[in-house]
Structure formats: C-alpha cells, structure tokens
Design a protein around this ligand. Structure first.
Ligand code: ZN
Length: 1038
C-alpha cells in the first residue's frame, strides 16, 4: 500500500484509543489483557479495630461476604479469607488474583506476607502462577489484610483534610483471571512510543519516528489474533534498539518508596505500610536481578524487624546482594530546621549504628528528599558522621525563587562541604514515564557540568513503591536515540559518577531555605514545647549520669533507658511530626511520647543526683545543679515542705552543684542591687534591677527598656514593645504548613484595657507585674513580666487560652537599632538573614526559623529576643517579631486549640551579642538551675566537673560513650559559638586517664591524642566548629 500523509493528532489519538482502558475496550488491545476470569471460590471476612498479628487474625470468626460489601470505619482492619480454585482449563496460562479496593491490602500466604495490593499504588493483581502446570495444585487459601485507610490516609473530602472517622471501604474486585503477557508487553511499548511522540513534539524527527512506529504497530496488530503480535513487537524492538550517541545524559533509576513515618495516618499504620511496600519491593528484587531499591529510616527497619521477622530476613538477603540499599544514615528522615544540633547528631548516631549492626555497613549518603529546609550546620554534621553525599529535592517546591542547581557542593556554616544532588525531575515518586525521563534532562540546571542524574521511582509519601510496569518501562528505555540513557542504578554509583565529574560544579554556601511551609515553625506549639523540653531533659540526664558514673563506683549509667528515650525523641522529629503537619492521632501519640520522656527523664535525674550526693556529708535537703558549662548566679524558687516555694539567690559552679541555702538564712544581696517595682498613678509599672529599667504601660506594653549603666534606650522612639498582633492566616492549600506573604497585610494590633496591669512580686530578689489581655472574643492571654536580681534580661511568662480559626498571633518589639541584617541561632551556631526585602530571595524569607535567640545589633548596641520553646521568627526593618500561635484546620482540625504556656525574654546589650553574653543568657533561660532532692545528706561544698577558659566555646554534651554500657569512657561535645578562631582550655575535676578526639559517631581519631596537664587540656576551634572527645576515666579505686 502506498504511503499516505498523516495527521499528527488523529494518528496520536488512534494509538491512544488502541491502548485506552476506557474507550473501545471491547475491541482494543487493552481489553485483551485479562480475558478469561472466574470468581474466587469463597470470600469471608473478619473486622477489627485492632492491628492484629497474622496468627491472632486467622483464629477469628470469619463470616461470608460478597465483593462490593462495605466495611469500616476508618482505621479499622478487615481481614479477608480468600479461597480459590483455578479452572483446569487454564493449564499453561499465567493466572492472577485480581483485587481492587480503596483500602490498603497485604496478601498473606502460608503465614508470611507476600505482596501489597493497593488500587492507588497500581498494585491490583497478585501472580498466582506464571504458568499453570498440568499437575500443579489449583486450590489455595490466601488472607488479605485490608487497612481501612488509603495510601494517603482518610481525609474528608480532600487529602489533607482531617480524617473522616466514618469512612467505609470496599473490595470492588476479587477474581481469578488469565493474564496475557504478550498483550502487556505491547501495551508498555505503545505507551512509551506515545510518550516519546508527545514529549519530543512536532519539531523533532525522532518524535515522528515514534508515532509512525506506533501507528504501524496498530496496523499490523489484531487484538483478537495473538499470532499478529510478534510482528508488532518486532517493530517496537527495532525502534528502541536504535542507539543514542556517546554524549547522552545518563539517568540513574533508583527504586524508592517514601514512607512518612507518621503524617495523615498514625505511627502504628506506618509499621504496616512498611511491610506492604517492602514485601512488594522484595518480590520485585527477586524477579528483577538488576533492580536496586534505596530505603531510608532506621526506625522503620526496626519496626519491620520486630513485627515481620520473615520479611526482614529477606530484606537482609537483598541487602547482601546489593539490591536493597539502606540510605540516609538517620533514625528517621527528620525535620531539617527545628531539631537541636545535638539531636541531629543523634539522628545519625542512632541511625548509622543501626545500619552497621543490621546491614554490616554505614550509609554514605544523607537522604532527606521531603524535608522543609536544611540547616547550614548539616554539612558539618554529615561529615562528622562519615557522610559526604546529600540527596534531596524539596527545594523544587520553592514558591518564589528557582534554586539554581541540581548538582553542587553545599558548604555549611563552618566551611564543611558535601556533594549535593537534587534529582532534576523534582520528584521522589517517578513512574518511569517518558515525560519524567525527558524532564530530568531538560530541567537539569547543571547541564554541561555533569551528565548524570538520579531518578527515584515508586509510589511514595504513603508508601506503595515501584511496580513491575515501571521497571519494564525503564528497562525498555535503557539506550534509545533521542532520549537519555536509563540505567537501573544505586545511589552509590550515581554519586561516584558525580564525584568523578565534580571539577566544574558550583558551590552554594549556607542554609538551604525552603520558600514554603514556613508555618511549620509555629504550628502545634505543644509539640514544639515537648521537643525543646525533652532535648533539655535528655541533656541534663546525660550530664548528671556521666558525673555520677565518674564519681560513684555503684552507679550504673542508664544507657538502655537513654537509648530508648532518645529514639522516642528522634522519632517525633520526623518531618511531619515536629513541624506539626500531621493529624490529631499523631499529635496525641507525640504528646504521650513527650510525657514518657519527661517522666522517665525526671526519674533518671533524681537517681543521678542521689548517686552524686552519696558519701558526702552535709545538711539534708536539696542539691542545686547547674547543667551548663559556666558559673551561674540566679534567683531560684526552692521547694519548701508543704508544696510552697521560697526564692533564693544561688551561685552554682560550671557543670556542677552547690548545696541549697538553708531556707531560714537571709542572704545578703550585695553587691547586687535589689529589684525595685513602682506602680505610677496612671497604672504603668517600672521594674528596675540596676541593670535594666523596664517600663510597662497600663496595658502591659513595653514603653521603655533602658540599659541602666549607659542610659541607652532599646525601644524605638514613639513605639512600644511587647505588642501582640493578630494576622489573618489563610494559605493557598497546605494549611498547617504554609503562612503566605500576604498575611502581613492583615496585621491588627491587640489593644488591652488600661488598668489591667498590676504588681505581682513586689521586688527584692524578684519583681514582676502582670496583666490580662483579651485577644479576641474567644481567646485571652495573661502575662507576668519578671525581672530578677542580677539578671540581664526581662522575662515574659505567658499563658494563652487560644480558640481561633486561621489566625496567627505574634509579639513585636520595635528596636532602637538599625541594621540590614539580624542574627538567628541555629544548630551549634548562628547565621544572619536580611531585615529588608530588597530582592525576591530576601522577601521570600518573610518568616524564618531560629532556635533559642535572635538578635538585632548595630555597632556597640543590640537587642536580643530569647525564647524557651518557639521557632518561628522574623525581623523586618527594626522590628523583632516572635511567632507564637497559629490556628490551621487541616490536617488536624483541633491544632493548637486550648491552653499554652511559654516564655520569651528581652535582652538589650552593649557591644556585640557575643561579648554581651546573649548566647549564655538564652541557654540559661532554657536550662533552669535544678533543685533536686537529696535523699541523704547533700554535699556541703560546691563542686564543678568541667569549665572552659573562653565564652566562645560551649560544652554542649557530656554522655557515656556508646560502645559499651559498662564503659567508663565519656564523650564530650563542644562547639565554637561566636564565629571565631579560638583556643580553649577545658578543665575537669574528674579522674581522667586519657583524652582523645573522636568524630560524631564517637570513633577515635588516631592522631587525636590530647595531652592533659593539671587536669586541663587545650583545644583549638575554627568558627562554628564542633569537636567531640573521648575521656577515658580512671578505674574506680575500690
Ligand atoms: Zn515525607
């Protein structure tokens, strides 16, 4: 037949109709995929609110059900017993169980999980036999465990809406069918050819070759005549066999399955999500020897180890073959902004040790594809944990600016560098389509610098993972002219290629700030408070337990309990938990986890304090403990018998203790000036401790804050501080996540009633004033403004009853300071961000995160704002603003409703914030002195374990070395906090036998021996450098 002119669109659509699952299925190729089918022999089910083990489930009473019956509600589980008999006539055929349901299913065969079945994840058939043999058994009983929730939970009406508790579920198909693999292969080819034709477009000749090949295949192929298929297949093979040139870009296709450890479903469901997803991946690995699957998050592996030991063994076997590749090195894929520096170290310490123990090696890539921004300290932390490679893609979500790289060196705060790669397809859930493969090449912003990219394929977020079809597509595209080369690969191979090619790569210095999801610094204030509290408790428990270990021969370091508590804290630093972007069920779990850490932690603190006291004579009563590495003199409320408290001014040496002053003794305040409190006739109150003079107007706003010695006013002229402001807070979609730039245009002052301000504590050791403020008809706030003797900052103890919808509460302090940049504390250091909106990069940071303090300074003077559990902040112009509470309604409709308690503090200072001691003040606010009951006589004299010769260095952590629970080796972690090169002497009163530097995983540095002279050792730091050392204690004397 003579060739004819062809119309592009009709030709394309002709092929589309030939493979369509919707149109012409009575006649087209798709309609021939499954031909013969028959119902299962018997279907029965058992419904339970519990997540039962297989052994428990199969003993229950199963009742007969029909396909199409409804079951539920949300979060329940329906177990199905599926009895089936394959017709004898199907001998020689490939037979599948076809199963479609809107709940997530897991097939169990002979007591073991064998495959996940989720319609959303395109897993709707289980292969019973790839060729039914003559004498094969044809009857079989399977169980299918169906969770009453989908891949992405059970949101009411929309994915991120709060879950619908009444949702019901259905199995819409359960049948046996003959699968025609020759039809399937043609479908895969035709879809790829269509993708190439569409993706390359009408300007490209290869596109026409693809389209005409597909058209010709349709011409020769008669769906009803399988004997016509090989000719069509040969046409496809000829096309795909036409090779590309040597310069082709190489795509490293890596199987992946992003499983949020908790998000729109509770932690317990994630345990099952892991099983469903990974058993499917294991099955694919066994059937496709070149398929490699990268898997992160030690916690999830530990869950599978405990709940599905058979599956875990298969995973370990796949790992031995190099097909299952543990990545990430962390306990969970944590939030990249909010966890403390020490907590980030522990993510790696717990994660890498787990991977080493379970899989024989540590991870060499940090893997965090889905986290809402990345701290500038991560490169140093990675390097200290044996990792020099980093993969994410989340910055592709930037709302304002396009990040300029996909492959680059990322340089952190201290100068540490890692090789960073963002898969240029901007996703971690690829399906293997031509469109995605082409985007990976065209979107790559480092063209010409590197010729390799990652391509992470598999359903993700709620699990699911890769499918056989994705693998078949990718293998077909291995090397075809007009397209990049595609190889099934591993993260290790990808990064090795990138490293060998790294000469031309650019460098990005500082944080990787995500220009989206900035509401997650504030949403769910109780989770944030729990996180900050528990970081403090574990710090204090480790320090006191270490000191007790060094001083008492009887004391057993609580290594096992601490590992358990740390892991619990790390779990809740997952990137949808600590950011507050999770459903109510997860919040309830998190709150109970924090309660666990608090109560266990406090028990461990008492035990360590008791061990410290033992054997020393002194008055019975209280031990006052300072867990920070500098001497502190502070006002402390000491418990009195009967539950009351009495204030005392106590001095406690650096990382040590002092006996509590006897309750009767009147302490001399000199040389300190007592606090004076004066209320004027107009209702305003002045608090003065000789360092600060604080003036509050009759509604509690700060009209003046003077540094007494210099007379310098810190509040901007004509302005007031401690001004509460409310904003309308309606994002575009991601409710709990996003606060948008336009919220700033809705700023409304909250004005109080004059006359509400009253004197609280009358002065002396402490002076205070308090007031009530109606924030709205439904929400109210009360605050006590407190000034202590000798204290360089004024504290604002705040309680809020919050009942709002889409409102954002902040407090503002306009400073009498001018600077184009403000400083914010981050992990193990601080960084500057602009106070202006000059460029799009500047204004995209209208809401940023900080840890315990932020500071606005000009030459010689500044104002710092400290906090004890907040993270959201901003400084615009001269106004420091702390973000306090939000009221999003999705995915948790109850988020942040109710009572909140938090403290912030204001510290004006002379000179730089470093010289003025802002960093120490912020630590003090967060680590109050502890008054711990001494069971016997408390020591009579004060004692210090460690001290440092410079305020530039912070001794952050003291803990027992991990290696051995009986070891008498301590780990100390210190960092340079000022941003300076500095030498530092560390003094210790502990009996140290040997001191040696180590990395963050506590591995000895062979060249790191530190000479000890007069109980002192010298360390040299560069700006923001973190150093760890091992102190081997002398053996006990008895
Ligand atoms: Zn995620």
């Amino acid at each position: 037949m003579a060739a004819a002119l062809k119309h592009w669109r009709t030709t394309l659509e002709r092929v589309e109709k030939f493979v369509s699952p919707i149109y012409f299925t009575d006649y087209n190729l798709r309609g021939r995929l499954y031909r013969d089918s028959c119902p299962v022999a018997a279907l029965s089910s058992f419904l339970t609110p519990e997540r039962l083990s297989y052994q428990q489930a199969v003993q229950q009473d199963f009742r007969s059900v029909q396909v199409g019956d409804h079951f539920g509600p949300t979060w329940w589980t329906c177990w199905f017993r599926v009895e089936l008999t394959i017709p004898e006539a199907w001998v020689g055929q490939e037979v599948h169980l076809r199963w479609e349901s809107n709940g997530e299913g897991l097939v169990w065969r002979d007591g073991e999980p064998v495959q996940g079945l989720t319609t959303e994840g395109e897993k709707t058939s289980y292969v019973l036999t790839d060729r039914l043999g003559e004498g094969d058994p044809r009857s079989l009983t399977l169980y299918v465990e169906v969770a009453c929730s989908g891949l992405l939970g059970a949101g009411k009406g929309s994915m991120i809406a709060a879950p619908d508790p009444e949702k019901t579920f259905q199995v819409s198909r359960a049948e046996l069918a003959v699968f025609h693999r020759d039809v399937y292969k043609l479908l895969v080819d035709l879809e790829l050819l269509l993708g190439i034709a569409k993706g390359l477009g009408e300007d490209n000749q290869r596109s026409f070759q693809a389209l005409y090949t597909a058209n010709q295949m349709v011409n020769v192929c008669d769906p009803a005549q399988p004997e016509t298929f090989p000719v069509a297949q040969a046409l496809a093979s000829r096309f795909f066999g036409q090779r590309g040139g040597e310069s082709q870009h190489t795509i490293h296709a890596i199987g992946h399955c992003h499983i949020d450890t908790a998000w729109l479903w509770p932690f317990k469901e994630t345990v099952r999500k892991c099983a469903r997803s990974w058993v499917t991946a294991v099955q694919l690995m066994e059937q496709n020897p070149s398929f490699i699957f990268a898997c992160s998050q030690a916690q999830q592996l530990e869950w599978v180890k405990n709940h599905y030991p058979g599956l875990y063994t298969r995973l370990q076997e796949c790992a031995c073959r190099g097909q299952f590749v543990p990545v990430g090195g962390t306990w969970v894929e944590m939030d990249g902004n909010l966890p403390s520096g020490e907590a980030m170290v522990r993510q790696f310490l717990q994660g890498q040790n787990f991977f080493l123990q379970e899989f024989g090696k540590m991870c060499s890539e940090f893997w965090l594809p889905d986290t809402f921004g990345y701290s500038a300290q991560l490169p140093q932390i990675m390097r200290g944990c044996g990792i020099s490679r980093f993969l994410t893609q989340k910055l592709s979500w930037n709302l304002v600016n396009t990040f300029p790289h996909h492959t680059f060196f990322w340089e952190g705060l201290d100068g540490s560098r890692v090789l960073a790669h963002f898969p240029p397809g901007d996703s971690y859930g690829m399906q293997g389509s031509v469109k995605e493969v082409l985007k990976t090449v065209t979107n790559n912003r480092d063209k010409g610098r590197t010729n390799h990219s990652a391509f992470l394929f598999g359903f993700g977020d709620g699990g699911g993972g890769p499918t056989q079809t994705m693998l078949d597509r990718l293998e077909r595209l291995c090397n075809t002219d007009g397209l990049p080369r595609v190889q099934l690969s591993s993260p290790g191979r990808l990064f090795s290629e990138l490293e060998s090619d790294a000469g031309q790569l650019c460098t990005w210095v500082g944080e990787l700030f995500l220009e989206l999801h900035n509401g997650t610094y504030t949403t769910h204030a109780q989770i944030k408070k729990g996180n900050r509290d528990c970081e403090r408790i574990l710090h204090d428990v480790e320090l006191l337990s270490s000191l007790a270990l060094a001083r008492s021969t009887q004391f057993l370091y609580p290594a096992v309990q601490l590992q358990y508590l740390w892991r619990l804290l790390l779990l809740n630093q997952f990137h949808d938990v600590v950011p507050g972007s999770c459903i109510q069920l997860v919040v309830e779990d998190a709150m109970s986890h924090y309660e666990d850490i608090r109560s266990h932690g406090n028990g461990l603190l008492s035990a360590a304090a008791a061990a410290l006291c033992a054997g020393e004579p002194g008055p019975e009563g209280l031990l006052v403990v300072n867990t920070l590495p500098w001497k502190r003199t502070e006002v402390l409320a000491l418990p009195k018998p009967g539950g009351a408290h009495t204030l005392a001014l106590v001095t406690v040496p650096s990382m040590g203790y002092a006996p509590a002053p006897a309750p009767t003794c009147q302490q001399p305040l000199l040389p300190q000036q007592p606090v004076f409190v004066v209320q004027e006739t107009d209702g305003s109150v002045t608090l003065d401790n000789g360092i600060l003079r604080v003036r509050l107007d009759p509604t509690g706003r700060l009209t003046s804050l003077v540094l007494v010695a210099s007379g310098r006013e810190a509040i901007a002229e004509g302005a007031v501080g401690n001004q509460f402001v409310l904003f309308d807070d309606v994002p575009l979609f991601w409710d709990a996540w996003d606060v948008m730039d336009y919220h700033l245009e809705t700023r409304k002052l909250v004005l109080g009633q004059p006359g509400t301000l009253a004197v609280g504590t009358e002065g002396g050791l402490r002076g205070s004033a308090w007031f009530l403020l109606q924030l709205s008809p439904n929400s109210r706030l009360s605050q006590e403004v407190v000034l202590d003797v000798g204290c360089p900052y004024v504290r604002f103890h705040t309680e809020v009853h919050w009942q709002e919808t889409h409102k954002f509460l902040k407090v503002e302090f306009p400073a009498r300071v001018r600077s184009p940049q403000a400083t914010y504390e981050i992990q193990f250091g601080h960084l500057q961000r602009p106070t202006h909106y000059n460029t799009s990069w500047d204004w995209a940071r209208f809401e940023v995160w900080a840890h315990r303090w932020m500071d606005l300074s000009e030459c010689g003077f500044g104002l710092a704002l400290l906090n004890d559990c907040k993270y959201g902040a901003s400084v615009r112009g001269n106004v420091l603003s702390l973000s306090l509470l939000r009221a999003p309604k999705a995915p948790d409709a109850t988020a942040d409703m109710g009572r909140h308690e938090f403290t912030y503090a204001l510290m004006p200072h002379k000179g730089s914030f470093q010289d003025a001691g802002v960093i120490r003040a912020a630590y003090s606010l967060n680590f109050p002195l502890l008054a711990l009951p001494a069971p016997g006589p408390a020591p009579a004299a004060a004692w210090s374990a460690f001290s440092l010769s410079t305020p530039a260095v912070v001794l952050e952590t003291v803990k027992q070395a991990e290696a051995n629970p009986l070891s008498r080796t301590l780990v100390l972690r210190l960092y340079e906090a000022h941003g300076s090169h500095v030498d530092c002497w560390l003094h210790t009163s502990l009996p140290v036998q040997e001191a040696v530097l180590c990395d963050l995983l506590e591995k000895r540095d062979p060249a790191g021996h530190l000479p000890l002279r007069d109980n002192r050792l010298k360390l040299s730091f560069s700006p923001f450098q973190v150093q760890s050392l091992l102190l081997v204690l002398q053996p006990p004397l008895d």
